[in-house]
Write a protein that binds this ligand. Structure first.
Ligand SMILES: Nc1ncnc2c1ncn2[C@@H]1O[C@H](COP(=O)(O)OP(=O)(O)OP(=O)(O)O)[C@@H](O)[C@H]1O
Ligand SMILES: [Mg+2]
Length: 121
């Protein structure tokens, strides 16, 4: 039985904070791992172009990323990969190209989006 109750229902938890370095990624990794450890099936969707959640969970090969999903070039099922060390925990990994998706998908009104992550030429 799920710790969320007997009804089979998908829960979506968003970890977001405008301030940097406050533990968003650490919380996502640890909460996801803890929920998987008690039997939940967990999918982390890494929307940060830094890709730290992907790296932190040991996912280095990222042929398909959240950018491909958000831009309609891949499905979640195609993009998700199981994490190598935690059973029941999968991730849709992010890459630095996700930065461009931020600019393309949510252009700011009258402003520009800075990208701290360098993109390959
Ligand atoms: N509960 C905690 N106690 C102490 N240090 C923590 C805790 N949670 C996270 N940290 C540390 O704080 C730093 C920033 O954490 P993290 O990378 O998770 O933040 P973030 O909000 O995802 O940052 P960013 O905005 O750059 O993505 C890391 O060095 C991490 O190890
Ligand atoms: Mg982070």
């Amino acid at each position: 039985m799920s710790i969320f109750g007997s009804r089979q229902r998908t829960r979506v938890l968003a970890l977001a904070n405008q301030k940097g370095g406050v533990g968003k990624t650490t919380t996502a990794i640890n909460l996801g791992t803890a929920l998987a450890a008690v039997g939940e099936r967990v999918l982390i969707i890494d929307l940060d172009p830094q890709g730290n959640a992907s790296t932190g969970l040991g996912v280095d090969q990222r042929p398909i990323s959240t950018f491909d999903v958000l831009s309609g070039h891949a499905t979640i099922m195609q993009a998700m990969v199981p994490t190598p060390n935690v059973p029941r925990l999968s991730i849709v990994p992010a890459t630095s190209t996700s930065c461009h998706s931020s600019a393309r998908l949510a252009p700011p009104a009258g402003g520009t989006i800075g990208c701290a992550t360098a993109s390959p030429p």
